[in-house]
Design a protein around this ligand. Structure first.
Ligand code: 16G
Length: 244
């Protein structure tokens, strides 16, 4: 029996999921790799077939694995999965897929907020905000255009930061702003000329518009982001439970 399993409240299938997720994150399992069969996982970890199956099925549902009839289960490439339950950053989502996150900063400046930012960040029209526009990449492929408005005491200091790194990590680690929760809206659309150019897709291709307001402690909004994601490269995953 494997010592990888910890005693405690976490069910075994869940622990196995996390073990397999870590293998992808660490690059041990790469996109296109065949993962061990249910039987092999049972033998390796001393677990039941049901447990192995549940862990694999959930990772298939999350988009991390895909099944091919008669061939087995493989680590997926292409689509990036963002869970709609956990609050994660772009950097975390891409790394979780075993890919290399990248950022091209297109604009970073203090400015007056637009209507949407005023409402979402609950600020006055004359309060300057930090505006950051970034092209986000996965393995050097453009995936999203993100436009973030940030408002917190001292946000102008962001002008001096290396904005090619993770914004969430910067806010949490350097600025001491724990990111507690977010509200997010998704909307379908088609790429404008500018979006198509940045995302390297034909004009009029399907895109997803995502708006997210991220809150720190005491329900204070710090970021309002409005993003455009390539429609064919992204999956949103949500696990729904029916009221009993
Ligand atoms: C996500 C968020 C964005 C946030 C970024 C932080 C959406 C639509 N947007 O991409 O608001 O700024 O994560 O990622 O989900 P980072 O820490 O890698 O910069």
């Amino acid at each position: 029996m494997s010592s990888l399993f910890k005693k405690g409240p976490l069910p075994r299938y869940y622990q196995l999921k996390e073990i397999m997720r870590e293998k992808i994150e660490a690059g041990e399992w790469k996109p296109g790799d065949l993962i061990p069969s249910e039987r092999e996982l049972c033998e390796q970890y001393g677990i039941s077939r049901m447990t192995a199956r549940q862990a694999i099925t959930e990772l298939v549902n999350e988009g991390l694995f895909f099944r091919e009839q008669g061939r087995g289960t493989f680590v997926s490439h292409q689509k990036i999965t963002q869970q709609l339950i956990r609050l994660t950053s772009f950097t975390e989502d891409i790394k979780a897929r075993g890919q290399q996150p990248g950022t091209r900063v297109l604009l970073a400046q203090m400015c007056t907020p637009d209507e949407a930012a005023i409402t979402r960040l609950r600020i006055k029209a004359n309060q300057p905000v930090f505006h950051l526009r970034r092209l986000r990449l996965a393995n050097d492929e453009p995936l999203a255009l993100e436009s973030s408005h940030l408002s917190f005491m001292g946000c102008e200091r962001l002008l001096e930061e290396d904005l090619g790194q993770s914004l969430y990590a910067l806010l949490e680690k350097k600025y001491g702003l724990p990111l507690v929760e977010a509200e997010q809206e998704l909307e379908a659309g088609i790429a404008t000329t500018e979006e198509a150019q940045y995302l390297k897709i034909p004009i009029g291709s399907p895109v997803l518009y995502i708006r997210r307001t991220t809150y720190t402690e005491r329900n204070i909004p710090v970021e309002f982001a409005s993003s455009v994601y390539c429609g064919h490269k992204y999956t949103f995953y949500v696990n729904l439970k029916r009221d009993q």
